[in-house]
Write a protein that binds this ligand. Structure first.
Ligand code: NAP
Length: 537
């Protein structure tokens, strides 16, 4: 496919006139030649938002089978791009080819999962309380609830997952599954990858005979085009993955609108790992080595990277630190996604090193000629220092972590109480640690969206039970997840229909249950009568 550097607004390719940008190769620290990408502004935001709004009622009312077919078709069209997509993403991000192939499989799998979610129809939350005309002292009306999409959604692609959290990533897939048109603001760190995937989605929308406003892709700066998108009155929700600063800026804009809208921002997290005493005594070396692998995976550029390890001080912790240090010492430096992210990593590690009482105990192999390669680093300090130093809780987005020496398990509990909201917390435990784990768990449930035992948090399964969310500041809204089947809930709201004639009800709520859904009827789960159900699709 020939890249043109044009935005995709509905079915049109539009050259932006608010400036130009070339894609950048972080491994060679150089711009990539043709094409230049034309950046858009308010006019393009307005055009895309008008088209999305015009498409909304048609798109949300197409049969569920057609909505699901769109998601499957996007997956197929992405696979059709072939190796060109991987080659381009590799050039633009420095991420290894094998990792990108895995990420493509995840992206396609995610789209197909949402296609199944749509076909299943459970997400509609169909609930029926039938009329009780004889009820005393007052009769009850017929009340029926189903969920409807919020309206057009703006998606900000993430830098660190150029496929799975970007143009056709989880936000886009879940919003389209909910019945919402999507406008993506491409991340400037992978513009060509964004265009390739955007064209695949555009083609799928055309092939399915859907209105053009179902999808648009815009290029432009966050501060101009991005802000205009969130402020646009026809946009009804926002999905974002990135920095805390960026997420908070978008939340402010959304809240200041005459009609405030939800911003589902997934921001920073340091993902504490609590190593309990028996696990530490029995497996210090094994845990240390696995921790070093998790910390350096993908140059540490994961929102679930383990940035803090807490354990009771003593010889067992010394063994853990030594094993981790030995493993880190032979980890090669890895190219980061952008020079900006590399600078932020260097700044973050400097800030930690500047805290009195923090010691750097290990580092990975040096970067050599690679201008944007991150060297892994491990720091050690004590719990009192952590409790007094907010700098130690800032996300170092990259392969660096701080080990906290606690006096005892009570002090580990204090650290657990102290840390901010997180995407994940991890417990390393053996059977004799269960009593201490039981004390920690109620605190950890208040702090994180996912609690893991004897694993490491990097690696987020896309499935029905996944929660990739958590209390602020890890996300802007702890009630939702941005990964997994229930990510669709972010873009839906319930509507209750009172005493509507059957013919006017949505199919999900009609008495004959034509969609064949499981429904909650008068408080009881009601199975579909598969023989009676005739699909309207
Ligand atoms: P970012 O700077 O937050 O940018 C993400 C997206 O939001 C970009 O499209 C950016 O536009 C836009 N944006 C940023 N600030 C904005 C603002 N004030 N108003 C409107 N739009 C704005 O994130 P990044 O570039 O991916 O990485 C930078 C840092 O984010 C990293 O160093 C790391 O700390 C953090 N990060 C965290 C995660 C996570 O999952 N927790 C993932 C990735 C990155 P532009 O194109 O103009 O930049």
């Amino acid at each position: 496919m020939t890249l043109t550097g044009e935005m995709l607004i509905g079915f049109s390719a539009v050259r932006g006139t608010e400036g130009e940008q070339r894609a950048f190769c972080p491994a060679y620290n150089a711009e990539i030649g043709e094409p230049t990408f034309g950046l858009g502004g308010r006019a393009e935001v307005d055009r895309a938002a008008q088209l999305a709004s015009a498409a909304f009622d048609t798109y949300r009312n197409v049969p569920l089978a057609q909505r699901a077919a769109l998601l499957d078709a996007i997956a197929d069209r992405i696979l059709d791009i072939g190796s060109e997509l991987i080659v381009r993403a590799h050039a633009e991000t420095g991420l290894p080819v094998a990792r990108l192939e895995g990420e493509r499989a995840r992206t396609v799998g995610q789209l197909r999962l949402f296609a199944r979610v749509v076909r299943d129809g459970h997400f509609l939350g169909a609930t029926i309380d039938r009329a009780q005309p004889e009820r005393k002292p007052m009769p009850r009306a017929d009340l029926r609830l189903a969920k409807v999409p919020l309206g057009p959604v703006a998606v900000f692609g993430a830098s660190n997952f150029p496929l799975a959290f970007s143009v056709a990533g989880g936000d886009t897939a879940s919003a389209l599954a909910a019945g919402a048109p999507v406008i993506v603001k491409a991340h400037s760190a992978h513009l060509g990858t964004a265009e390739l995937v955007g064209r695949a989605i555009q083609q799928a929308v055309k092939d399915q005979g859907l209105p053009e406003g179902v999808f648009s892709l815009l290029f432009g700066s966050g501060r101009t085009l991005g802000e205009a998108l969130v402020a646009h009155p026809l946009i009804k929700a926002v999905g974002f993955t990135g920095s805390r600063q960026g997420g908070i800026a978008l939340m402010r804009i959304a809240n200041a609108r005459p009609e405030p809208i939800p911003v589902y921002a997934e921001m920073s997290s340091i993902n504490p790992v609590f190593v309990l005493p028996h696990a530490l005594a029995n497996r210090a070396e094994m845990i240390g080595k696995a921790f070093a692998d998790s910390l350096t995976m993908g140059a540490g550029q994961f929102c679930t990277n383990p940035g803090l390890v807490i354990a009771v001080d003593g010889p067992d912790l010394d063994r853990f630190v030594k094993a981790t240090s030995d493993a880190l010492a032979v980890k090669p430096a890895q190219t980061m996604l952008t020079p900006g992210i590399f600078d932020a990593y260097r700044e973050g590690t400097k800030n930690v090193e500047a805290v009195a009482g923090v010691t750097k105990v290990a580092q990975g192999e040096p970067a050599g000629e690679d201008a944007n390669a991150a060297q892994a680093a491990l720091y050690v300090t004590d719990a009192q220092r952590l409790l007094a130093s907010p700098e130690l809780e800032a996300e170092m987005f990259g392969p660096a972590s701080v080990v906290i020496r606690a006096r005892d398990v009570d002090e580990m509990l204090k650290v657990a109480e102290h840390v901010e909201g997180q995407l994940t917390v991890t417990l390393q435990i053996d059977a004799h640690d269960h009593a201490d784990a039981r004390r920690l768990l109620p605190v950890l449930e208040r702090k994180a969206g996912r609690i893991l035992v004897n694993g490491f948090p990097t690696g987020v399964e896309v499935c029905h039970a996944m929660v990739h969310g958590g209390p602020y500041p890890s996300t802007s809204n702890a009630m939702f997840t941005s990964v997994g089947a229930t990510a669709i809930d972010r873009f839906l709201r319930p509507v209750c229909y009172q005493d509507l004639p059957d013919a006017l009800l949505p199919d999900a709520l009609k008495e004959a249950n034509p969609l064949g859904l499981w429904r909650l009827v008068d408080g009881e789960q009601s199975a579909p009568d598969r023989h009676a159900a005739t699909t309207s699709e």
